[in-house]
Design a protein around this ligand. Structure first.
Ligand code: ADP
Ligand code: ZN
Ligand code: ZN
Length: 680
């Protein structure tokens, strides 16, 4: 009775078409209940029932037309919503990277209320801290000529109100950050906003301290270790215009900054800009797209630009701004290459020269940085007699030894077993745990230099929310003599006290089967060299390698980025690799080897048919580097060429069809990676 008489029955019903974070590429229709009418508009985040679950999705459009079938109702609406410009960007991400709008939106919006409601709330949301490291920072610096020229160009870009892209190529310590800060200030003084992207969490502490000093409460900091509640609070303070400059890793790009004018991507070549789960976007590419859509100035900055960006700057697509000298003309460090083939194999990982220099450095009271160029922190186990190597039970991966718990572990799936005392193949007790990991090197160093004060920075020592920050702070305080670590130590930390940099195994990355391995090695070595002697004295870099004749090292010695890139680009052009082509990497995985290979084989035939007349090469299927992972078999197909949106859709459609036709094929999972940064 009541119901019939209520005014609700006479009003027009409203329905929301909602995108959900699932692979189904369609919108789901829900009725908007009376009490929520007016609160939902396109871009709103809503909670809806799907089957037995409750999901959070984005209302993409509203309509008054009912569906033929009965529709469920929207349960609630959360405060965060996607403004139109981010809706558009999300659409682009979804179509370019090959996922659904709902899946892409998950990376864009902070976590919803419902899912994070159970998590602990923000504890005072302490974001910044005062680092002793920035004590040297002057309040107002006078810019150098090169900095001023760069800033003037960026300023013109910002004022033009058009899309402009710049490469700020500046050697380490040339004052790029100072230029970013001034450019951001400029954007803010024009009433606009700014986003500054920095790679991964280890760089954040120093960046936060520096930007906070200049922008205080105008600054919003985003990082992956925030709780859902903290994230939402920050999102809201950005969206309502309280905070106009945002600093953070890749996801910060999707901040709803009011009147955005400028996006800065620092260390643009960094792999951490690529998200390795769906949507597999590269924040650098998306930044340029956001720049085009919203007519922004985008500054890609680096001491070691990626081949892609370097080439675009070479052809004039981006304007190139150069800072070729360090501040106060501090000379770049001297670089020496040490041929490890000439060293006594019994002496361990340190060459004689490196030991001498380390000792000299300690005596003088300056700091040293040791870089172990390792993937992970692996120590390989091997039988000295028969060559047996332990393998993971689930993956085609060698197990590595961990002193903690005396276990052999798989880095991919976590499988572990106790370290063997005898070879299971031949029974020999002569097992070597000889590969070098950071833990082992730390012990060796302590043996060589009793009482040495050493800090280790690797995946083990940086766990937890404050891991990186603590180590960096400790080392920056200057009491420690040596910082030893993996890739993490190469990034732009500024340690005035470091004089010597030692690279312990330069070819680990070079030998890795990836067309970017030379580029990565060179970038890492330039970056880590840049940590040496940043203040008054000329620093020293020693690079140990078993292949000193590689061209990477000759260009490194002369600090010749252009020379290296010229050679590298010639190779890429010849082999038709990016930046001269585009890649899509497609990985099929499943529990049944036969089914996976049947699907991959059939699909690759289909792809060849599809692209017969096109400029697209279909490579594979081939087993990837890791052919079995977590008990699943894998086949890899690589597409080389610029695929249009239409062609991508056709290729994906082909997969669905093939998988559907082969018995058990639906269980085969496809990982579709556009512009891949890594290969399995
Ligand atoms: P990059 O980002 O290129 O590594 P930074 O901007 O961090 O370089 O600058 C390196 C150091 O030089 C920092 O300590 C910074 O404060 C200082 N610096 C930058 N610009 C100037 C300048 N114009 N005059 C004096 N010192 C500067
Ligand atoms: Zn053996
Ligand atoms: Zn494993």
């Amino acid at each position: 009775m009541d119901k019939l008489e209520s005014p609700a029955s006479s009003r027009t019903r409203v329905f929301a078409k909602v995108a959900l974070p699932i692979p189904a590429d369609k919108l789901f229709t829900y009725e908007v209940p009376f009490e929520l009418a007016g609160q939902i508009s396109p871009g709103s985040r809503v909670e809806v029932p799907l089957g037995k679950r409750i999901m959070s999705g984005i209302a993409v459009e509203l309509s008054s037309e009912a569906e033929a079938f009965e529709t469920k109702s929207v349960l609630s609406v959360s405060g965060t919503y996607l403004p139109p410009e981010l809706m558009r960007l999300t659409e682009w991400v979804a179509s370019y990277y090959g996922c659904t709008f709902g899946e892409a939106a998950q990376s864009v919006l902070p976590p919803s209320f419902r899912r994070s409601a159970s998590r602990r709330p923000a504890r005072g949301a302490k974001q910044g801290y005062d680092s002793p490291l920035d004590a040297l920072e002057r309040d107002v610096l006078e810019l150098t000529g090169a900095q001023r020229t760069a800033l003037t160009s960026i300023e013109k870009g910002i004022l033009s109100g058009a899309f402009n892209a710049f490469l700020l190529h500046g050697v380490t310590g040339s004052g790029k950050t100072e230029v970013y800060i001034r450019a951001a200030r400029l954007a803010l003084s024009r009433g606009g906003g700014c986003i500054v992207l920095v790679p991964e969490i280890s760089l954040l502490p120093q960046a936060i301290a520096r930007y906070r000093k200049h922008f205080q409460d105008e600054l919003a900091v985003i990082h992956s270790r925030l709780t859902g509640a903290e994230r939402r609070a920050i999102w809201e303070s950005i969206s309502d215009g309280t905070r106009r400059i945002v600093l953070g890793p890749r996801s910060a790009l999707f901040s709803p900054v009011r009147d955005l004018r400028l996006v800065i991507v620092d260390e643009e070549q960094d792999d951490s800009y690529k998200q390795e789960e769906k949507p597999r976007y590269n924040a650098r590419s998306v930044a340029l797209m956001r720049g085009t859509f919203e007519r922004l100035t985008v500054v890609l900055g680096s001491a070691t630009p990626s081949a892609e960006t370097y080439r675009h700057a070479g052809t004039g697509t981006y304007a190139r701004l150069l800072l070729s000298k360090r501040i106060r003309d501090i000379p770049l460090p001297s670089v020496e290459i040490i041929d490890m083939r000439r060293e006594d194999p019994e002496t361990g990982i340190f060459s004689r020269l490196l030991l001498e220099r380390l000792e000299a450095c300690m005596r003088r009271g300056s700091q040293s940085l040791l870089f172990l160029n390792k993937r992970g922190h692996a120590r390989f186990v091997q039988c000295r007699k028969c060559g047996w190597v332990p393998q993971c039970a689930n993956c085609d991966i060698t197990l590595t030894y961990h002193r903690v718990g005396a276990a052999m572990r798989c880095h991919y799936c976590g499988f572990a077993q106790p370290a063997v005392k005898q070879c299971p193949e031949c029974g020999s007790p002569n097992i070597s745990f000889s590969g070098f990991g950071t833990q082992r090197i730390e012990l060796d160093l302590k043996g060589l230099f009793p009482g040495v004060r050493i800090l280790r920075m690797d995946a083990d020592t940086t766990r937890g929310k404050e891991g990186h920050r603590k180590i960096l702070e400790q080392f920056g305080a200057g009491r420690h003599q040596v910082l030893l670590g993996t890739q993490m130590v190469t990034k732009g930390h500024h340690f005035p006290g470091v004089h010597l940099v030692g690279v312990l195994s330069a070819e680990e990355e070079l030998n890795f089967p990836d067309f970017r391995s030379a580029e990565r090695t060179f970038q890492q070595l330039v970056q880590v060299s840049g940590r040496a002697g940043r203040e008054e004295q000329r620093g020293e870099v020693l690079v140990q390698t078993f292949i000193p004749e590689h061209t990477v090292f000759s260009h490194l010695k002369t600090h010749d980025y252009d020379g290296f890139m010229a050679e590298e680009l010639a190779v890429r052009r010849k082999l038709n690799y990016p930046p001269f082509s585009r890649l899509v990497s497609a990985l099929c995985a499943g529990g049944d080897r036969g089914v996976v290979s049947a699907v991959a084989a059939e699909w690759s035939k289909e792809l060849r048919r599809l692209f017969r007349e096109k400029q697209v090469d279909v490579l594979g299927p081939a087993p990837p580097l890791v052919a079995r992972l977590k008990g699943r078999f894998r086949e890899h197909i690589l597409l080389k060429g610029s695929l249009s949106l239409r062609e991508k859709t056709d290729a994906l459609g082909g997969f669905a069809r093939v998988a559907g036709e082969i018995k058990g094929g639906r269980a085969v999972e496809l990982k579709w990676d556009v512009d891949p940064q890594s290969f399995y």
